[in-house]
Design a protein around this ligand. Structure first.
Ligand code: PNS
Length: 164
């Protein structure tokens, strides 16, 4: 059974991420969506919330053999624990590749996990978690970019943040 890991900070999980998970599933028997910590980012949602939002999106898309798990430490160690042969990441553009390349090379240098890159649907290439939050923060429309439950949670989390 070929298992692959789709890692990310998923703050929150978007339809762009869902597209990548679908493509990873088509290449494998089992996909583990690994919700991890990116040391360079601070998040709107807690790890428990990010797990929940990814699970909700995947459940409503009715994807089978896709699990959502927390990857608390080093991603390569998580891959070894899960018996995953590959990491699968999506690319929207050259900037994504610039960001992903050092991580993929580092992960390969410290383990034998290769990263496979899939090209996301160009119709979704405007979607990024950071931009979704920014648009919502300024009252813009994020419908069609995230699951409706995620949309509502983004709005309530931003409202709670503003009250502080
Ligand atoms: O969605 P992101 O923020 O681009 O995902 C980056 C992520 C979370 C996959 C990366 O920061 C990561 O792998 N974090 C886990 C800790 C780790 O293994 N760090 C070394 C990466 S080379």
């Amino acid at each position: 059974m070929r298992t692959v890991v789709c890692p990310g900070s998923f703050d929150p999980f978007t339809y762009g991420h869902l597209d990548v998970v679908r493509r990873a599933r088509a290449l494998s028997d089992r996909v583990i969506v690994a919700v991890a910590q990116n040391a360079a980012k601070s998040t709107l949602f807690s790890i428990a919330e990010r797990l929940e939002l990814a699970r909700i999106t995947i459940e409503s898309a009715q994807l089978t053999s896709v699990e959502v798990r927390e990857a608390p430490g080093l991603l390569t160690e998580f891959c070894a624990q899960m018996g995953a042969e590959h990491i699968v990441k999506g690319l929207r553009n050259g900037a994504d590749l610039d960001g992903e390349l050092p991580m993929a090379l580092m992960n390969r240098a410290i383990s034998n996990v290769e990263t496979l890159f899939v090209l996301g649907d160009p119709q979704l290439s405007h979607i990024a978690s950071s931009l979704v939050k920014d648009v919502a923060r300024h009252g813009g429309e994020i419908h069609g970019m995230v699951d409706p439950v995620v949309e509502a949670k983004v709005r309530s989390a931003l409202a709670a943040q503003e009250e502080k």
